[in-house]
Design a protein around this ligand. Structure first.
Ligand code: GLN
Length: 308
């Protein structure tokens, strides 16, 4: 295959770009090695091609959001989840303290307000926080096709400075969108964000979405095709927050970024793609990751609105 050489060449071309910096507001992430760089492509047939640091572990951060949303839809059904979290793009930053005026509902599950609410909608009704945590870890593992673990240092480091997420959770509690202790919800969310993955894991997770919810290597049906259609739709419209429109026009692939430096794209019926590079732009997206995706989209004609 020519794909590994193509990926290696793409990494070589973006490597000189040292703009941006690793997330500073989570102390453990501020110290991440900023030179790490990887790209992995996983097809729905189970072929995996990687280049660079594709087996280096980092925390999943916001890339967990679409997958945990998928688990909530599967566990609680569409109506229950939609009643609490909308599917409208917010056009705002991921950590904006914003709720729908009339209902108090978060606009979508990709921003923190939505993801915090989704955290309370995991597992069977009235699950204990520990059970929910295990459901999230196992669910993300099923998407990846490998047992994933949690970076306790990153999790407690983020909790130490989680004032903004606590503020959002308290707002949600005041509107009865959350009906439990806001701190417990933030703790669950922060642990979800601290799940350790590699670029290879993320590519497999994205390929599972691209493959109607079936992991191409384990063949496990992790969630239904109907759930995946919802998830990919909100990724397309909301996954890149206040850069979602730019991304949709320039790259045109349902995608999600994380402040750990990961970035995924899922092209339905074709491939899952993941990149890793910790320096971030002003939206919290990996700088080199965005460049790589722009390159992949135009070189391989991956824009979903493009007729092949
Ligand atoms: N844990 C991070 C936060 O809530 C995730 C943000 C992100 O990756 N965009 O701030």
């Amino acid at each position: 295959s020519i794909i590994p050489d193509y990926l290696a060449d793409a990494l070589f071309r973006v490597e000189p770009d040292t703009s941006g910096q690793p997330a500073q507001y989570i102390p453990e992430l501020a110290g991440a090695d900023p030179e790490r760089l990887a790209a992995v492509v996983a097809t729905i047939d189970g072929e995996v091609y990687g280049a660079g640091d594709s087996d280096a572990e980092f925390t999943i951060q916001s890339i967990s959001k679409p997958f945990v949303y998928a688990l909530a839809l599967a566990d609680r059904g569409f109506d229950t989840v939609l009643d609490k979290v909308g599917v409208e793009p917010s056009g705002e930053a991921f950590n904006e303290v914003s709720l729908e005026h009339d209902t108090g509902r978060p606009l979508n599950p990709m921003i923190n307000a939505g993801a915090l609410t989704v955290q309370s909608l995991i597992g069977p009704w009235n699950s204990e926080p520990a059970e929910r945590g295990e459901r999230v870890r196992q669910g993300l593992s099923a998407f990846a096709g490998r047992e994933l673990t949690i970076d306790e240092r990153v999790s407690s480091s983020e909790m130490d400075t989680a004032h903004r997420n606590l503020a959002i959770a308290h707002m949600l509690r005041s509107r009865d969108v959350l009906t439990e202790d806001p701190r417990t919800v933030v703790e669950g969310y922060v642990r979800q964000c601290a799940v350790l993955v590699t670029a290879r894991d993320l590519a497999m997770m994205a390929a599972t979405l691209a493959n109607r919810g079936v992991n191409p290597l384990t063949n496990e049906q992790v969630v239904s095709g109907a759930v995946v259609r919802y998830v990919l739709s909100v990724m397309f419209t909301c996954g890149m927050y206040d850069a979602a429109g730019d991304w949709a026009t320039q790259v045109g692939i349902p995608a999600k970024s994380g402040v750990g430096g990961g970035l995924i794209g899922a092209l339905p019926g074709q491939v899952g793609i993941a990149t890793f590079s910790p320096r971030l732009d002003e939206h919290g997206h990996s700088v080199r990751g965005v460049s790589l995706f722009e390159r992949f989209s135009s070189d391989m004609g991956l824009h979903v609105m493009e007729i092949p």
